[in-house]
Design a binder for this molecule. Sequence first.
Ligand code: SAM
Length: 303
Amino acid sequence: MGRTSKDKRDVYYRLAKENGWRARSAFKLLQLNEEFQLFQGVTRAVDLCAAPGSWSQVLSQKIGSQGSGHVVAVDLQAMAPLPGVLQIQGDITQLSTAKEIIRHFEGCPADLVVCDGAPDVTGLHDVDEYMQAQLLLAALNIATHVLKPGGCFVAKIFRGRDVTLIYSQLRVFFSSVLCAKPRSSRNSSIEAFAVCQGYDPPEGFLPDLTKPLLDHSYDFNQLDGPSRIIVPFVTCGDLSSYDSDRSYPLDLEDGSEYKYTPPTQPPISPPYQEACSLKKKGRLAKEICPQDCLISTMDTLPK
Ligand code: SAM
């Protein structure tokens, strides 16, 4: 497959490179902002699960231009530096990382917390949705420590079976909760974004990092009455903008000639780096899985 093939199949991937964004996700945040004016009056923001850093790029450009902008970006993976962005490498579900983030906002809370966190997808939908929900709740927990009253929280959400419980929990803390789907997010993807505005925790609420927010004693499918929240669903991004589920010819309508653009910022320390270097040396051997051994042993057993 040629290197232009992905440019044809994924117009937002191509446009991200041509516009200097580190990832196509930049368009999701930009389209969410078009709809909800997320950056209005924002000077302090947290970008959770930020690598490779396109949301941080957007944030630093949008709020950095207002003079006193301050962005803290956090990810498990190392991220190349960005002007005006303070980086923390860590796991947002860990107490130590949460404490480190909170320290930066003590006495001076954030206006906006965003989280584009996604677990390594396994293909087992229930597991993936559960892991995604845990990331979102870890992000919400951090947000309850750093957000100013009236502040905004935006987080990736998988619209799975049990999503109602998450909406209900978000609604406890925010006066408005919506589910938004930017045009740059593929229709075929279960992902959407919870846009929570007007941070307004219940009276007497004391943020507590040791208390998990997800109460497992709930029967997820039995939420009803005031506990069952059906949030509005909003699509965002100009309807005339590109459709992320379509392939486009390399020569777009604007008449300009296509020229291949390399990625803006290749990952600096990807987890697959070791595998790539072993493959180059022809030393990437398939690991023997104990299950395979078991099967082959069983196959040789006398019937
Ligand atoms: N918003 C980013 C951008 O625009 O460049 C893309 C984020 S990417 C879709 C998801 C990120 O979530 C990955 O970089 C991954 O390392 C991060 N992530 C997943 N689990 C995490 C965790 N527990 N703590 C911190 N980061 C995590």
